[in-house]
Design a protein around this ligand. Sequence first.
Ligand SMILES: *[C@@H]1O[C@H](CO)[C@@H](O)[C@H](O)[C@H]1NC(C)=O
Ligand SMILES: *[C@@H]1O[C@H](CO)[C@@H](O)[C@H](O)[C@H]1NC(C)=O
Ligand SMILES: *[C@@H]1O[C@H](CO)[C@@H](O)[C@H](O)[C@H]1NC(C)=O
Ligand SMILES: *[C@@H]1O[C@H](CO)[C@@H](O)[C@H](O)[C@H]1NC(C)=O
Ligand SMILES: *[C@@H]1O[C@H](CO)[C@@H](O)[C@H](O)[C@H]1NC(C)=O
Length: 462
Amino acid sequence: MFSLLSLGFAASVAVATPLLVQRDAVTSVVDLSNNTGTPAHLASGFIYGIPDTPNQIPDHFYTDIGFNYARAGGAQVPSPGLGWIWGLSEYKVRFASALSNYKTARKYDANFIFLIHDLWGADGTQNSSAPYPGDNGDWTFWDEYLTQFISDMNANGATAGLSIDIWNEPDLTAFWNAPQAQYIQMWGRTYHRLRSEWPDVLLIGPAFAGEPDASNIWWTNYLSFVKSNASVPDQYVWHMEGGGGDMQSAYGALYNMLKTYSLPLKPLNIDEYATYTEECPAGSAWWISQLERVDAHGLRGNWLSGWELHDLMGSLVSKTNAATDYTELGSGYYPNGDYQVYKYYYQNMTGHRVGSQPSTDLLIDTYATVGTDKVRVLTGVRPSTTGTWAITIENISAVGLATSGTLDIHTWGFPGAGGHFGEVDAPTDLGWYSHTFSGNSVTFPIYQTDTVTAYAFEFYVG
Ligand SMILES: *[C@@H]1O[C@H](CO)[C@@H](O)[C@H](O)[C@H]1NC(C)=O
Ligand SMILES: *[C@@H]1O[C@H](CO)[C@@H](O)[C@H](O)[C@H]1NC(C)=O
Ligand SMILES: *[C@@H]1O[C@H](CO)[C@@H](O)[C@H](O)[C@H]1NC(C)=O
Ligand SMILES: *[C@@H]1O[C@H](CO)[C@@H](O)[C@H](O)[C@H]1NC(C)=O
Ligand SMILES: *[C@@H]1O[C@H](CO)[C@@H](O)[C@H](O)[C@H]1NC(C)=O
């Protein structure tokens, strides 16, 4: 069904080029001597994607990928579920949606990030006269809202494994159509109120749509304020959904700003990553590589709407008729191509991680592990891109092999057949190839003639 030619895959003819060990424009480099710790499949989360009806998606779809991070707050639930700004009864329906998603996440021991802007009603569908916390200097409505929310969470015993994203993407008017200074006051008030209520719940942010940048006044004003206000988030959060950017640059910019404002390092959480186009096997592998390198938790973005937003696991699964005639309560779930990447990442990439670098054009990246049996290298090219790239694996002797000879590499293809709604039940076995190598490293090309296929390469350790 998937011939090597139709995939454009030709690693079989790769000839090792021992001199090419430096990272360059088209080569991603894996260093087998650089142990970067135990894998925790940091990218295995997604936002929304959980049906509000418990157990609708069978357990194994969550457990087979080691699902570990959820994020929801009742967004886009239709009337009578529009949220607090429409009245208590509309709030209650939205709260029930979020609580159900929380319980599903906890069933799999996943962390849950509560989106209180969605429960409030600012999910992007609110009208132009919708209120925001602190309008006209009056915080009463927001304080009452937090009182209700805190009481309902306590009554349901829903604080284990909980994080609160204090506001989502306030740097976009779709979510915060009020002054920036008002957002910053809201952050300070809300942080201290929730911290005194729940010392152990993680308070995270700022969840800006824009990545860290010393010339972005949302970032600079926020970081300067949280320092003076003693309201430093427990995780630094932002989103990577613009179709550009990369994690080393974004984290580098944050790192420098933290120095500027004398702020501590904290864990990173990219709680929305990847564009809809990037949600394909190649894009998933690229993002996994990017997030793992800087030890950032990651949750896949969700580009679906309405009840589909509350289903389909952030475009990792689909179900009967979903693409043509979607129904909220429909069943017949099946995995897509991306799902197989996350399954391999969780189930097969065990042992310890090793460091890697993307190509300098930032278009191909690798994530690699060394297990007791095999080295496994997952790779993806940033989508919408075809061409020829390469992978160099250096310091081969670090896994007990000779510094030259032949290396038998087993290749798996992860096709994206059918796109977001297509069914892919397993990766494709592309066979074993022998590569001659010397100088303690091996280099082989990746001929990417479609924009979506990811690959994994495996060889036995010595
Ligand atoms: C706009 O939304 C608010 C709730 O946020 C509601 O009270 C108001 O009636 C809505 N206005 C219109 C014109 O729909
Ligand atoms: C933090 O900022 C909020 C909003 O201005 C304020 O109410 C609170 O008192 C400040 N807390 C500290 C410790 O500065
Ligand atoms: C991944 O690991 C599972 C569980 O051990 C195994 O059944 C499966 O064959 C492995 N997949 C690949 C592609 O090696
Ligand atoms: C090991 O890999 C990590 C992650 O890519 C990188 O930050 C670090 O600089 C590498 N260390 C060495 C010694 O190359
Ligand atoms: C790993 O390989 C690189 C490139 O050949 C080399 O510079 C580096 O010293 C090696 N690291 C170790 C620990 O051998």
